[in-house]
Design a protein around this ligand. Structure first.
Ligand code: 6PG
Length: 511
């Protein structure tokens, strides 16, 4: 029987993330009262961890929500880790019925849509403090240190901060490198925690969504590098594994490159001399956070084209049967084995990947810049990049460069304009263009590399063909246009069907 008012934290939802986060908090000395809707899950898990988890004694099983609520110290702090969507509201309502009170803090740690978090904070304001926090890092991150992205009522954050800092991944103060010397019952000592208060209401979940949009494009870029090298050089999975392992020692050093190298060298359990990756079906799944990022970019009018492209690349891959049929009918060039120097091409693809990655992050940060204006948040971009250095899926050495860029200039309009990133793209762009043309000439789909280059070339163009586009809009819909030789805000229309095509000034800004 759980003791009254004794547990530090409540946690609801004992799927993989919930179990691991509870143990992580317990390793840091917190007592955690846990609840799962199917109570047998709780009991079986408690039985299992008893034998090998040093902190199992700090996990307190409860079988109904009243029991959970009664077991918590005040103000009560309850973490919800259930499927994003209706389940979150259902759990909050059950918690309210079970005795949660106005000053108690209910934290949604799932991948919730930030607008839901904004709505929930308001909706429950008179009955509890609803708080949102992104959590990244999968199973291992939840267990030994995640990147935690909290947003909500600042007063509630005061009660959560020490817990969040405890369960977060830690990075070395000087180098920013993740500290990964941990074991059950022996969490990392010292280091800077990968968490910081991001802002009110939906700020945490918004930043987590952008993290995921970037995760999508990071993964897609790696996949394109893999397919280009595989097709143009005829490299097998284990040879590609070596390429990625080598890249992981340089600027591209990141969790996703590291796991790619590991995946590629894995033999298939059924066909011992072959590689698992060659037997994995090429139809990508997705749960929606990348899509939300793309939709949000469209809603706000921010050109995050590469992030959206990464979502579409998954959608296209998912049309497996259709693609198989189309491959029999639609012709393209025969891929030619690259006749130049192998190492030079590998290096060119590495540079293309790095340049594209810079553009993708520029897009993600541009989205956050816009969102903060829309929602009146004050996001600290240097800190956001810093809390992504450890624990999360996009953790990478590269993020330190973003922190440096925003530390140099917190108002930086676009990452591409930072001297470091500008120089990297100057150095890498010839190779990047070569790789994109090789992809086009050889008929290899590389939408992320291509869209990132299109973003770069578009962003650096003082003049785009939108002049013609505006004229077309005016022609068929009288949508008006501004002129290069008149002040901005003066809109003209040409009466196209009329003889002589007179032009009139339709609107101008009020004085
Ligand atoms: C993380 C991940 C995680 C996400 C998975 C699956 O930061 O730990 O972003 O939250 O759910 O990566 O996402 P998809 O199924 O959409 O690929």
């Amino acid at each position: 029987m759980a003791q009254q008012n004794a547990a530090d934290i409540g946690l609801i939802g004992l799927a993989v993330m919930g179990q691991n986060l509870a143990l992580n908090a317990a390793d840091h000395g917190y007592s955690v009262a846990v609840f799962n809707r199917t109570t047998s899950v709780t009991d079986e898990w408690i039985e299992k961890i008893k034998t090998h988890e040093p902190s199992a004694s700090r996990i307190i099983p409860t079988h109904d929500l009243r029991q959970l609520v009664a077991s918590l110290k005040r103000p009560r702090k309850v973490i919800i880790l259930v499927k994003a969507g209706a389940a979150v509201d259902a759990v909050v309502k059950q918690l309210l019925e079970a005795g949660i009170e106005k000053d108690d803090i209910v934290v949604d740690c799932g991948n919730s849509l930030w607008t839901d978090t904004i709505r929930r904070e308001k909706e429950y304001a008179s009955r509890c403090k609803f708080f949102g926090s992104g959590v990244s890092g999968g199973e291992v991150g939840a267990r030994f240190g995640a990147s935690m992205m909290p947003g909500g009522d600042p007063a509630s954050w005061k009660h959560l901060q020490s817990i969040w800092e405890a369960v977060a991944a830690k990075v070395d103060v000087k180098t920013g490198k993740p500290l990964e010397d941990y074991a059950p019952g022996k969490p990392v000592q010292g280091g800077v925690p990968c968490t910081t208060y991001l802002g009110p209401d939906g700020a945490g979940h918004y930043v987590k969504m952008i993290h995921n949009g970037i995760e999508y494009i990071d993964m897609q870029l790696i996949c394109e590098a893999y397919t280009l090298l595989g097709n143009l050089l005829g490299l097998k999975a284990d040879e590609l594994a070596k390429v990625f392992a080598h890249w992981n020692e340089g600027d591209l050093d990141s969790y996703l490159i590291q796991i790619t190298a590991d995946i590629l060298q894995q033999h298939d359990p059924k066909h011992k001399n072959e590689f698992l990756v060659d037997y994995v079906l090429d139809a990508a799944g997705q749960k929606g956070t990348g899509k939300w990022t793309g939709v949000n970019a469209l809603d706000m009018g921010i050109p995050a084209n590469s992030i959206a492209e990464a979502v579409f690349a998954r959608c296209l891959s998912a049309l497996k049967d259709e693609r198989v049929q189309a491959s029999k009918q639609l012709k393209g060039p025969q891929t030619q084995t690259y006749s130049g120097n192998r190492d030079e091409l590998i290096n060119a693809v590495r540079q293309a990947l790095y340049c594209s990655k810079i553009c993708a992050y520029a897009q993600g940060f541009q989205l956050m810049r816009e969102a903060q204006n829309e929602y009146k948040w004050k996001l600290n971009f240097a800190q956001i990049a810093a809390i992504w250095r450890g624990g999360c899926i996009i953790r990478a050495r590269f993020l330190q460069k973003i922190t440096d860029a925003y530390t140099r200039d917190s108002e930086l309009v676009n990452l591409l304009l930072d001297p470091y990133f500008n120089e990297q793209i100057s150095k890498g762009q010839a190779a990047w263009r070569q790789v994109v043309s090789l992809a086009a000439v050889n008929g290899i789909a590389a939408p992320a590399f291509m869209s990132a280059l299109a973003y770069y070339d578009g962003y650096r163009s003082a003049r785009l063909p939108a002049n013609l586009l505006q004229a077309q809009r005016d022609y068929f819909g009288a949508h008006t246009y501004e002129r290069t030789d008149e002040p901005r805000g003066h809109f003209f229309h040409m009466d196209w069907p009329e003889a002589g095509r007179p032009q009139v000034l339709v609107t101008k800004p009020a004085k």
